[in-house]
Design a protein around this ligand. Structure first.
Ligand SMILES: Cc1cc2nc3c(=O)[nH]c(=O)nc-3n(C[C@H](O)[C@H](O)[C@H](O)COP(=O)(O)O)c2cc1C
Length: 651
């Protein structure tokens, strides 16, 4: 057959192993980890999903190689408990049985030990070891590793690799990037040693060389070693890409493939994990640069999920392999879809960081657009319905489309009614926000998927009790969404007030000076957009802080963007009245102030409420009725998709 993406689909041989294509599943820590450090059943499901989805390799992460000097709640592989090795063997099996290569990441956090701990207080009880004595940004002291400890850690890498091989893993990844231990030794910023592990580049790469050599010695040939490094540390004092090239050259004889990432977890989180404010594939140039100077294959990573872009990266010789983390959470079937020329059906990651923000909160993973992530054992198979039912979905937003699509995949006869003239609901507003284009795209993807799955779509059709009586559905999914709240304070006549919907959907011109009332996620995004468009943006928030509804990963990135864009922020400020001369606010100390001035527009971004009257009118619309998404309570896309999917499975 002719492949749409021939380069992505091409096999590759590395270190005696054949990879079925060029799309690799990058390490992502699982969360179902048992008390003895072994992977639990959900962890197995977490990794298996991506093997089943067609990835060339799936890297299990992070195996902490030396718990004596590293402390987190990640995987530990030892023989100390019966069944420990077996638990890893089951995971390796689950990857291999779907044709993917099973890899495992060997890691040490070094001075950032304890970073992942859910109980952040507990990390203070650990001792953090790094290349040099110092104090971490969070105030915890760091002790320099002694040469004896280094030797012990090097040996531990070899032991861990040997055990991983025995458990059935076919290759391993040595993590030398993202600011973790080996990176700390490579980095002139962290490494201030004066012994043979510090100073010159030759000395700074010594630990990496010793680790790679120990792993090779312990595993023998035909067990490829992937070296993960940051091509450039991308912060002042760290190494740059030129030194990154020299590091790669100094290590390539000991690695079978070099995986080039970027930045560090601590000082460049939104670079290492490119946020929605960065371009897709923004780190590929680092891999391309390193590929010019080494002779082993090179992988790239960072914000990738578009098949056409990834094809271009391989075709143009920037990298030999594209690795994806979040892209394969959003759609584990991405590689299979690419192989089957179904690239348009890929559900792309929206880079909202729900995946990374969930773990510190609930010790699980979630993905905003994939309801199964972290919950792979609950409903992975969209089982065919025993009897096809007549399913009516009211509301064509993301919840309605997800429910309709899932129900149609199960073989039901599905009709999706949307009151407006196009599908997408609230996601259509994201078209106006360049940094949220992926969210808008998601609506288009689901529109396409619904059509392909045979959903009957009726636009400009409100579903009410009378419609249901005539339609006689067996099952009704109510996904009628939410509506904007009006400003609760007095607004003088002729004041220029614009709603978010008018601004984004009707292209209202807000003028040069815009006062946004409401500093939640929506208000912050609006203020950022206004500032990016060159307008003067004022953001008024009643509470003490902005965007409390943003997740803990996305929030600091968003706040940094607001600051960089020069948005004028006022927190703890209650808007009293909207006048023709701006908005009068009362500050926490009781003083008053005018924000904006004559000619300022005012954007109301104070929240949304469910369309509860419409919901109540449909409660007796069918034998099976389920309310999902914003219609249930205005929340976020994560819950809308989760509820919609499971509602459709319950029919
Ligand atoms: C949920 C999640 C967990 C991650 N866990 C790890 C990990 O354990 N080890 C690691 O080296 N990188 C980890 N990463 C980083 C990814 O491997 C990858 O480098 C980063 O997310 C950028 O790729 P992406 O844009 O395709 O997500 C994680 C990323 C995510 C999203």
């Amino acid at each position: 057959m002719r492949r749409d993406y021939p380069n992505l689909c091409k096999p590759l041989s590395i270190g005696g192993l054949t990879f079925r294509n060029r799309m690799a599943s990058a390490p992502m820590g699982a969360t179902d980890i048992l008390a003895d450090g072994t992977p639990g059943p959900r962890t197995l499901g977490f990794y298996e999903a991506r093997a089943k989805g067609g990835a060339a390799s799936v890297t299990v992460s992070e195996l902490v190689v030396h718990p004596e000097t590293d402390g987190s709640q990640m995987l530990h592989l030892s023989l100390s408990t019966p069944g420990q090795l077996g638990a890893f063997a089951y995971v390796a099996d689950a990857i291999k049985r779907h044709g993917a290569v099973a890899s495992i990441e060997l890691s040490h956090s070094g001075q950032y030990a304890g970073t992942y701990m859910v109980d952040k207080k507990a990390k203070g009880e650990l001792c953090q070891y790094g290349p040099s004595d110092g104090v971490r940004p969070d105030g915890l002291p760091v002790k320099a590793l002694t040469e004896e400890q280094i030797a012990d850690i090097v040996e531990a890498y070899g032991n861990a690799a040997a055990l991983a091989k025995r458990a059935g893993f076919q290759m391993c990844m040595v993590h030398a990037g993202h600011g973790w231990l080996i990176n700390q030794f490579l980095s002139p910023y962290f490494n201030k040693r004066t012994d043979r592990y510090g100073g010159s580049l030759e000395n700074r790469v010594r630990l990496a060389r010793e680790v790679l050599a120990a792993v090779r010695a312990a595993t023998g040939p035909r067990f490829p070693i992937e070296l993960r490094m940051s091509g450039s540390e991308l912060f002042p004092g760290g190494y740059d890409i030129e030194e990154g090239c020299r590091i790669a050259q100094a290590l390539e004889d000991l690695a079978d493939i070099i995986h080039v990432s970027a930045g560090s977890y601590q000082f460049g989180f939104s670079i290492t994990h490119p946020s929605m404010f960065r371009e897709h594939g923004c780190n590929a140039h680092l891999a391309a640069r390193i590929k010019q100077v080494v002779s082993v294959p090179v992988a790239t990573i960072g914000g990738l999920s578009d098949p056409a872009q990834m094809e271009q990266i391989i075709a143009s010789g920037k990298a030999d392999v594209v690795a994806m983390a979040r892209g394969l959470l959003a759609d584990p079937q991405l590689p299979n879809k690419v192989m089957a020329n179904r690239g348009d059906d890929v559900v792309k990651c929206v880079r909202c960081f729900t995946c990374m923000a969930e773990r510190p909160i609930t010790q699980t993973r979630r993905c905003a657009v994939n309801p199964l992530i972290g919950r792979e054992l609950e409903g992975l198979e969209v089982a065919s319905a025993k009897a096809a039912k007549r399913v009516l979905v009211a509301g064509g937003g993301i919840a309605g489309m997800k429910a309709a699509h899932t129900a149609a995949l199960r073989g039901h006869d599905v009709t999706l009614c949307e009151a407006g003239d196009r599908l997408g609901g609230i996601l259509n507003t994201e078209e106006a926000l360049p940094f949220k284009h992926d969210m808008y795209e998601l609506a288009r993807t689901y529109e396409r998927l619904c059509k392909e799955a045979g959903v009957h779509i009726i636009l400009n059709q409100t579903v009410d009790a009378g419609f249901c009586d005539a339609f006689k559905p067996d099952a009704l999914i109510v996904a009628v969404g939410s509506e904007e709240l009006d400003l609760p304070m007095p607004v003088v006549e002729d004041a220029w007030v614009i709603s978010i919907d008018e601004l984004y959907l009707e292209d209202a011109d807000p003028g040069n000076d815009v006062v946004i009332i409401g500093g939640g996620l929506t208000g912050c995004e609006c203020a950022l957009l206004m500032a990016q468009q060159g307008r003067r943006a004022y953001l008024i928030e009643m509470g003490p802080e902005l965007a409390p509804d943003a997740n803990i990963r996305h929030r600091p990135i968003l706040l940094a963007e607001l600051e960089a864009a020069g948005v004028d922020v006022l927190t703890g400020a209650r808007a009293e009245v909207v006048t023709l001369k701006g908005v009068k606010v009362v500050l926490a100390d009781g003083s008053e102030r005018m924000v904006g001035g004559i000619g300022s527009s005012v954007v109301a971004a104070i929240g949304r409420r469910s369309r509860s009257a419409a919901v109540d009118a449909l409660r007796d619309g069918a034998p099976f009725v389920r309310v999902v998404g914003d219609a249930l309570r205005p929340a976020n896309i994560t819950f809308a998709i989760y509820e919609a999917y499971h509602a459709a499975l319950d029919i």
